[in-house]
Design a binder for this molecule. Structure first.
Ligand SMILES: NC(=O)CC[C@H](N)C(=O)O
Length: 443
């Protein structure tokens, strides 16, 4: 089950609605005080989505979101000078998701995680006082930018949601930044008028935002923030016009439109499990942590891979272990079937599943026999990495072969429809390797 971490404390006040949204969407939601994270009692890396709710953090002193953003950037969380921002950057590099709503969006913008065109988390735009000079509390209509590729907004075209803020006006400082944001479709949400056209006109655009922009993503689409409150529209009955709408359309869904965003991201995470996820970007050798190879140096070369269960380095294992754990918990049907057949030494050799080898997690491996068995699933037609799955798998197989492993691949269908044939092929390969070994031993 995807896991959402929701931060609270210091004047944040929308954490309960945020958690309710995730629970309705089928995720596990945990509300945690920011200090528990800053003091190392809770690790963001144990979660899939990091969430910054709305509210009045630090009383909006120095500008909404500014103090909290500075805490994330400058508050050292460990003796080696690490900050929560370092962890968030790693979290995003690991393919995970960050969502900021209203005050949370302000935090992400003041921190520079949005839009993060330059990739170095330096503030590039800002959010400031509404053009009306007032706190605005009203319903708005948003249109999703079709150029946006963020999974949070997948399949959504229009959305009605409430805003309640004093400092929601996005200001983009120059034409170049504006062009860059537009070119990548990072301005994922805009305020629209009654005709559905983007507008700067009050009150449709409640704050006078540049680009009529109500929300931004970073270039990866994994970090998303918006001024309006989708977590405040979880039931149809939240809408001010619900009674009339129900009379007009009694069969209409009882769900609120805001819930779609949460359903989207929760489903995306649940389904995203690639048959073979891309090798995550690793921590550098300066931060080796955790368990790993006995020859652990933090930087693996093929020669450091020993014939042992420790088939990667501690730094890599630290990054891979969560993927492995998740993959063991949520096997695909084909993986489950094959595991049932391989486990418990049924083929007279011990197989491990979702095991880390160098930079990869392999589906099944018998380490003494150096045989890897992979089950290739569908990748819902998407290209998840910069390279295609096929190219990626080719590189992965090559590396594993260089490390001395034989790699057998079977399709989902083969495993599900002809398990006997799959097992016979595996057995044949095991016999071959054993024969070769015996021949070598005798010669
Ligand atoms: N609802 C909110 O999160 C409000 C954000 C911020 N305190 C503002 O007034 O702009």
């Amino acid at each position: 089950m995807p896991k959402a971490l929701i931060l609270t404390g210091f004047g944040i006040n929308c954490e309960e609605e945020f958690a309710a949204a995730y629970r309705l969407a089928g995720a596990q939601a945990t509300i945690v005080h920011l200090n528990q994270v800053l003091h190392g009692q809770v690790s963001i890396h144990d979660f899939d989505i990091l969430n910054f709710p709305g509210g009045f953090s630090f009383g909006d002193d120095l500008g909404s979101g500014v103090v909290l953003a500075n805490k994330l950037r400058y508050r050292q969380t460990s003796a080696d000078g690490r900050t929560l921002l370092d962890d968030i950057r790693q979290f995003v590099a690991d393919g995970k998701f960050v969502l900021g709503i209203c005050n949370g969006f302000q935090v992400l913008v003041k921190l520079g995680l949005l839009p993060n065109l330059g990739g170095d988390v330096t503030p590039e735009v800002t959010l400031t006082h509404n053009a009306s000079g007032r706190y605005e509390d009203r319903w708005v209509t948003l249109r999703v930018n079709p150029a946006s590729r963020t999974p949070f907004l997948k399949g959504i075209d229009k959305l009605e949601v409430p805003v309640r803020h004093g400092e929601g006006r996005l200001v983009v400082p120059d034409a170049a930044t504006r062009a860059a944001i537009e070119a990548s479709g990072l301005n994922c949400l805009s305020y629209v008028d009654a005709n559905g056209d983007g507008t700067s006109e009050y009150p449709f655009n409640p704050n006078g935002a540049d680009l009529n922009c109500a929300g931004l993503t970073d270039p990866t689409g994994q970090v998303f923030g918006l001024m309006p409150h989708p977590e405040a529209f979880l039931a149809a009955y939240n809408h001010p016009d619900w009674a009339r709408r129900r009379r007009v359309n009694p069969a209409a869904s009882e769900e609120g439109e805001g819930l779609r965003i949460f359903r989207n991201i929760v489903e995306h995470i649940a389904q995203r499990r690639l048959p073979h996820p891309p090798a995550p970007p690793f921590l550098d050798a300066e931060h080796p942590v955790g368990r790993g190879s006995q020859t652990d140096s933090g930087s693996a070369t093929p020669t450091s891979i020993v014939d042992d269960v420790f088939t990667t380095t501690s730094a890599k294992w630290q990054v891979l272990k969560e993927y492995g754990r998740d993959m063991r918990k949520q096997p695909t049907p084909a993986e489950e079937v094959l595991w049932e057949a391989l486990r418990g030494q049924k083929l007279a050799v011990k197989f491990r599943r979702q095991h880390s080898i160098d930079s990869y997690i392999v589906d099944f491996v018998t380490i003494p026999n150096k045989l890897i068995v992979e089950v290739d699933g569908e990748v819902d037609g998407e290209v998840h990495a910069e390279i295609s799955q096929a190219e990626y798998d080719a590189g992965r197989t090559h590396t594993l072969r260089e490390l001395g492993y034989e790699v057998l691949r079977f399709g989902n269908d083969e495993v599900l429809n002809d398990l006997d044939k799959v097992l016979t092929t595996i057995e044949e390969h095991l016999t071959q390797t054993n024969q070769t070994k015996r021949l070598r031993a005798n010669s």
